[in-house]
Structures are given as structure tokens and as C-alpha cells.
Design a protein around this ligand. Structure first.
Ligand SMILES: [Mg+2]
Length: 227
């Protein structure tokens, strides 16, 4: 069971620049949720005679040589990912339906994008790519588990806050720090989605934006019926 996490000072300063609002809040990850990542990473690996060893949510120990399946060291994985993000951040594809779903939800909800972007210098590139897809919500960069950032973002907001992310680590961190959050584990890649077991704190496991948007819309309909 992970410990609750504190928000990092550099994330808190981004949060403090956001305009005050009392609307309900969706905090949405970017990679593998709004923009494809695994498909691009797999292409990048194959071009270097590397591959995922399993469709499993783990990068260190899970990227290896195609021929002998020897895993790369954690240093090699870290270096590879930094190079990969520098290269891919300019041209990631949008996950189908993400832009339409988020823009429709934004009529009733505030949407904030919370991304862990290795190589923080890629933030402007990412903002430009997203705005080209008509996705123009505030983009905050974090590093490490997201629980502290999500709790800080939710302060002063009505409950529940919706958190959308592919990573089981981030979901465990949010559950430990803000257990009232509605937690949607969204994984665009069907193979990784199918290999993922739904943890007890996950409210919806999905790889489909229509399903996800309908699930989120029903939250407000449910709470207005209860008033
Ligand atoms: Mg992600």
C-alpha cells in the first residue's frame, strides 16, 4: 500500500497560477490516454531490434533485445526513454475520440491535463501538438506518483474529482492520497488493457473515450438526482 504523497513545489506553483473555480474537476493524464504512447514506443523499439518482453505495466526489466530477449538495464531504459520522448513528442497520434469527449465534458467540468513528461523541455512541444488537435486545457507537468498533485488540485473543489490515467502506480498513489477521487484507468492499447487486472480502487477500466465520457457524465446526473 503506497503512502500518501506530497505535491512537489514546482507542481504547486503551476496549480497556484490556475484561475479559481468551483466547477467539478477532471484531472486527465496525456500519454496513453489522450495521445498514443505505447504504439509509438513499440515502433521505436522495433526499429532498434528491441521489444516489450510482456504486455505488462513496467518499463524497466520489460524492454529487451528482440533476438535473445535480454532485458536492458534501468540506466539504458532511462536513456532510451529520454531520447524517445525528444523524438516522439512532436508527432504523437491522438487516441480516437479524446478531443471530442473532453471538449463535450468541458461544458460542465473543468479539465486539467496532468502529465509526467520525461524531459520537461518538451512541454511547449506537447502543448502545440495538443492544441493542433483542438485540446487546449491547462497542461501541468509532474514527476513521480501523482497523488499529491491530485489532492492539491482538488482543494476547494466540489467532490468527486475524476482522475483519468493509465498507470497503476499513479492510481495507487491517488487512492492513498485522495480516496474520494473517482478513478478511471484508461489504457488505449488493447493488449495492455486486456492484460491489466482492475484493482479494487478503480471505478472504471476502459480504453474507449465514448464509454469514459458516458461514465463521467452519469456522475453529475447522479448527484443532481440526489439533491
Ligand atoms: Mg500515461
Amino acid at each position: 500500500m503506497p503512502e500518501p504523497t506530497q505535491v512537489l513545489p514546482e507542481v504547486l506553483s503551476q496549480i497556484q497560477k490556475l484561475p479559481a473555480s468551483s466547477r467539478p474537476l477532471i484531472i486527465c493524464d496525456v500519454d496513453e490516454v489522450v495521445l498514443h504512447l505505447i504504439a509509438h514506443l513499440e515502433d521505436y523499439l522495433h526499429a532498434r531490434d528491441l521489444a516489450f518482453l510482456k504486455y505488462e505495466y513496467r518499463l524497466t526489466g520489460n524492454i529487451g533485445h528482440q533476438d535473445n530477449r535480454q532485458p536492458l538495464s534501468s540506466d539504458e531504459v532511462r536513456r532510451l526513454l529520454l531520447e524517445f520522448f525528444d523524438e516522439v513528442s512532436h508527432h504523437q497520434d491522438m487516441v480516437p475520440g479524446a478531443g471530442d469527449a473532453l471538449n463535450a465534458l468541458a461544458e460542465d467540468w473543468d479539465v486539467i491535463l496532468l502529465t509526467n513528461l520525461p524531459g520537461g523541455h518538451n512541454k511547449p512541444v506537447r502543448e502545440k501538438l495538443l492544441s493542433g488537435f483542438d485540446i487546449s486545457f491547462p497542461l501541468l507537468t509532474n514527476s513521480g506518483p501523482k497523488g499529491g498533485a491530485v489532492a492539491a488540485l482538488s482543494r476547494g473543489r466540489p467532490e468527486p474529482v475524476v482522475f483519468i490515467d493509465d498507470s497503476p502506480t499513479n492510481h495507487a498513489s491517488v487512492h492513498a492520497t485522495l480516496p474520494s477521487a473517482v478513478q478511471i484507468q484508461f489504457i488505449a492499447d488493447t493488449r495492455f488493457l486486456n492484460a491489466t487486472e482492475m484493482a479494487g480502487h478503480i471505478d472504471l477500466l476502459s480504453g474507449d473515450w465514448q464509454e469514459t465520457a458516458a461514465f463521467i457524465s452519469a456522475i453529475l446526473q447522479g448527484s443532481s438526482r440526489n439533491q
